[in-house]
Design a binder for this molecule. Structure first.
Ligand code: CP
Length: 311
């Protein structure tokens, strides 16, 4: 048993053994998802709260379903409909939630590092469901789980991550995770959407997407984050699409059996063409299914009373 943490705040710093344990547990959890009766007692008596300061469909709903499939009590708090809108600060909100007997708080926040602050002030486990442009660890875990299920391994695969790397917490978490698991990670996008320290993260950097796609085993598109774009970073969406959209012609450069991934939501025809998003190589819907299994695994692993217990 490797995972003995109170919180899951990022992929950075997780060991290969810890990632393997989460993915192995998710495999068992995925088996539950294909049953007619999706109910296990793993989280009986536990309480889970999602605390979201940003919008979400996949992450929030999958945590909710994961909790319910494992018999936990669960509730959702959103910034706009809670006392956050009256000015309550993050720590007070966290302590209020914890005072109601909550075991796990799943937080999404626009500020990088907000989950880390919360984790220091509550005894409940904290799971980062996306913080600013920093990390989205559960997305990377479900992406790695999908790759491992489809390809049998992550080690030695070539993974090309294409698009707005600068604003992407998904890219950062995937880079930390995939390199830890032995993949060659390439990133490609406009120079204005590339973090200045990107090469320190152990990736190969490309500004020509076609070069990055050559021989790739996995092609991962990223959403162009219009809500986080600062003026002047892109000449126009049309120009971006011409140079960086993952389409049929470009996919001919990758391996024939390459996976096409995207965390969603997608901007159809901007970062990925519709035919490619819906084509045979696409894993987009399976990533969503795997998101539930991975989140079930994490909730289970973080709430084990005796973390040395054998599963
Ligand atoms: N991939 C992802 O985080 O999607 P949501 O914003 O819908 O949760």
């Amino acid at each position: 048993m490797a995972l003995k943490r109170k919180d899951l705040l990022g992929i950075r710093g997780l060991s290969r053994d810890e990632i393997d344990e989460i993915l192995n547990t998710a495999e068992l959890m995925k088996y539950i998802l294909i049953q007619d009766h999706k109910r296990t007692p793993h989280l009986q008596g536990r309480s889970i709260v999602t605390l979201f300061y940003e919008n979400s469909t996949r992450t929030r709903l999958s945590f909710e379903l994961a909790s319910k499939y494992m018999s936990a009590s669960m509730a959702n708090v959103t910034a706009g409909s809670s006392s956050v809108a009256k000015g309550e600060c993050l720590i007070d909100t966290g302590k209020t939630i914890e005072s109601m007997g909550v075991d796990v708080v799943v937080i999404r926040h626009p500020v990088s590092g907000a989950p880390h602050i919360l984790a220091k002030h509550v005894t409940a486990s904290v799971i980062n469901a996306g913080d600013g442009i920093n990390e989205h660890p559960t997305q990377a875990l479900l992406d790695m789980f999908t790759i491992r299920q489809k390809k049998g391994t992550i080690n030695n695969l070539v993974v090309a991550i294409i698009g707005d790397i600068l604003h992407s917490r998904v890219a950062r978490s995937n880079i930390w995770g995939l390199t830890t698991m032995g993949a060659e990670v390439r990133v490609a996008g406009p120079a204005t959407l590339m973090p200045p320290d990107i090469e320190d993260m152990g990736v190969k950097v490309f500004y020509n997407v076609d070069e990055a796609l050559k021989g790739a085993d996995v092609v991962m598109g990223l959403r162009l984050q219009k809500e986080r774009q600062m003026k002047g970073l892109l000449p126009s969406i049309r120009e971006y699409t011409r140079l960086y959209c993952i389409n049929k012609e470009r996919m001919l450069l990758a391996r024939k059996d390459a996976l096409i991934m995207h965390p969603g939501p997608i901007n159809r025809g901007v970062e990925i063409s519709s035919d490619i998003a819906e084509g045979e190589q696409s894993t987009i819907n399976e990533q969503v299914t795997n998101g539930v299994a991975v989140r079930m695994a994490l909730l289970y692993l973080l709430t084990r009373r005796n973390k040395d217990a054998v599963y």
